[in-house]
Design a protein around this ligand. Structure first.
Ligand SMILES: Cc1cc2nc3c(=O)[nH]c(=O)nc-3n(C[C@H](O)[C@H](O)[C@H](O)COP(=O)(O)OP(=O)(O)OC[C@H]3O[C@@H](n4cnc5c(N)ncnc54)[C@H](O)[C@@H]3O)c2cc1C
Length: 414
């Protein structure tokens, strides 16, 4: 079958691209291995809510319009929202069709699926940036009596063996799962690496409101000093709850979670922990302070001092005097490790010379390098800081569709 553009993936990003392609009357199909919003249906834990507030859930031509703009969507609500968007834009989704290979051919690309083959001059990869759990190589040395779990397979604490749990990684995923598992009665130790600390609410407003207002989320890929680093910054320690609570390391310590340093290695049944915990926490506190300074300055410059709650500062992260430098899985009763060490995209089905030695896609802000007509959307900091958020898809999808249209020689929409 032939079409002008094959979009792979019917998450919000693929659907946003479909919207702009339709605006330009570009013939296309959206191929999806599951149903629309598949990853929210099949790869998230039961209690997860978005950490972005409802008012921020917006896509081109579509926005949350329910009764609770300051609330945070549950997974069924997110699925309903994205389903609603697919209907609104009339996306030509071919569901339950898995792409098994994309390779260049003289007229563009050959997209092989388990339901047949498509040929098109342009392809947009909207397959998500968080397909695989990024698990460090030390996992190979975990003793056989310790179970392992990752956030893509994790649903709720009932899956976890009774006994102690080591959660590795203290970004949004790690802190949320650590809290939930600890509440289930299993003692949790949290190995803390580099992390980004933020209060949920600052000066009476949600932190995402501030990040949006001050322009932080709009910062472009070509404006940051170190793009590779910006693309690897961990997700902020945030959780979406009805009470808009802050879930930082102090809150976890108050609940009884034990904080230890970054997991550096595993040998002879012991986890070796880095001595950097205090430094990493100091650094995260310092960076949070800088962010709050930026917000305060923005308030002053915009003459809003009288209208907004006064500035606040938060207690430094509390760390034990001498946190342990190792854990004995047996003696310390650790029965399970949960790897909350990040996610990475899966491009294993991409058969074009577009991956670097580490398997990462070479792209210039979503325009794949060395593969004319091939595009990527939905990666962290693809074109802007907001690129991997739901509301970040609109600008990226518009930009990439503009590029794709120019490549095809299609004019701007009427
Ligand atoms: C735990 C977690 C929490 C998050 N919380 C938030 C939040 O609070 N707010 C926010 O704005 N963002 C959040 N995000 C980030 C982001 O919005 C999501 O990851 C989002 O799902 C990305 O949208 P997407 O359309 O790029 O990719 P996805 O939603 O992952 O969609 C990609 C689609 O491609 C399909 N696909 C993949 N491979 C193939 C193939 N080979 N063939 C056919 N189809 C394929 C998948 O089935 C999927 O439906 C979160 C991410 C994670 C992991």
């Amino acid at each position: 079958m032939r079409t002008t553009t094959v979009v792979i993936g019917a998450g919000h990003a693929g659907l946003a691209v479909s919207h702009f392609l339709s605006q330009r009357s570009i013939d296309h199909v959206v191929i999806e291995r599951g149903e629309v919003a598949n990853t929210w249906r099949t790869e998230r834990w039961d209690s997860l809510r978005l950490l972005t507030p409802n008012w921020q859930s917006r896509l081109p031509g579509f926005a949350y319009d329910g009764p609770d703009p300051d609330g945070f969507m549950t997974m069924p609500e997110v699925i309903g929202f994205i389903d609603g968007y697919a209907l609104r834009v009339g996306a030509p989704v071919q569901a339950n069709t898995t792409v098994t290979s994309v390779r260049p051919e003289p007229d563009g690309y050959q997209v092989v699926t388990d339901q047949g083959m498509w040929v098109s001059p342009t392809v947009v990869l909207a397959t998500g940036g968080f397909n695989l759990a990024s698990i460090p190589a030390v996992a190979d040395a975990v003793p056989g009596h310790v179970d392992m779990m990752d956030p893509i397979r994790y649903r709720n604490p009932d899956q976890i063996t009774d006994g102690g749990v080591l959660v590795v990684g203290a970004s949004a995923t790690g802190i949320q799962i650590a809290e939930e598992v600890h509440r289930s009665g299993r003692p949790v130790t949290l190995a803390v690496g580099e992390h980004v600390r933020m209060p949920r609410v600052y000066r009476g407003k949600d932190i995402m409101w501030w990040l949006e207002r001050t322009g932080v989320l709009d910062e472009r890929y070509d404006e940051v000093d170190d793009l590779a680093r910006a693309r690897n910054i961990p997700s902020p320690q945030l959780v979406g709850t009805p009470e808009r609570k802050t879930l930082d390391l102090n809150a976890l310590t108050d609940q009884g979670v034990r904080l230890v340093g970054r997991l550096a290695g595993i040998a002879d049944g012991r986890a070796q922990l880095s001595g950097s915990l205090r430094n990493l926490c100091n650094l995260a506190d310092l960076k949070m302070g800088r962010l709050l300074d930026t917000i305060d300055q923005w308030v002053r410059e915009n003459g809003l001092e009288g209208e907004i709650d006064p500035p606040q500062r938060f207690r430094p992260t509390r760390i034990d005097e001498s946190p342990p430098l190792s854990i004995d899985f047996g003696k310390d009763g650790i029965r399970t490790i949960i790897w909350a060490t990040g996610y990475r995209p899966d491009h294993s089905w991409l058969h074009a010379r577009v991956l670097d030695r580490k398997g990462r896609l070479r792209h210039d802000a979503g325009v794949v390098v060395g593969a004319p007509g091939l595009y990527r959307i939905g990666l962290t900091m693809l074109r802007r800081r907001k690129s991997s958020f739901i509301h970040g898809a609109e600008d990226d999808a518009r930009d990439l569709t503009d590029h794709l249209s120019a490549y095809l020689g299609v004019g701007a929409p009427a």
